[in-house]
Design a protein. Structure first.
Length: 86
């Protein structure tokens, strides 16, 4: 079983709105922006699951990141505004 499948089963639950928000955000960060902090989709999804577990607003963060249009400074501001404090 792959890491993404394990993440899906244990952390986010495939098909949940939270999973879809993380998936959309990770597609933007990894595929579209080639954001260095997340070199793979698995690393991004794991980060999103960890943040969700620590109380992050994944829906606000997803919208913010999609609106950031790959601007690194705007992405960092999304993390500061909507990410978890831990």
């Amino acid at each position: 079983m792959g890491r993404l499948t394990l993440l899906c089963v244990f952390a986010l639950g495939c098909g949940t709105p939270e999973y879809r928000a993380c998936e959309d955000m990770c597609k933007e960060l990894v595929r579209d922006c080639a954001y260095a902090a997340f070199p793979t989709t698995d690393s991004c999804m794991q980060g999103c699951a960890d943040e969700l577990a620590n109380g992050a607003d994944v829906f606000g963060k997803e919208e913010c990141i999609l609106d950031a249009d790959c601007d690194t400074f705007a992405i960092v501001e999304c993390q500061n505004s909507y990410g978890s404090d831990s």
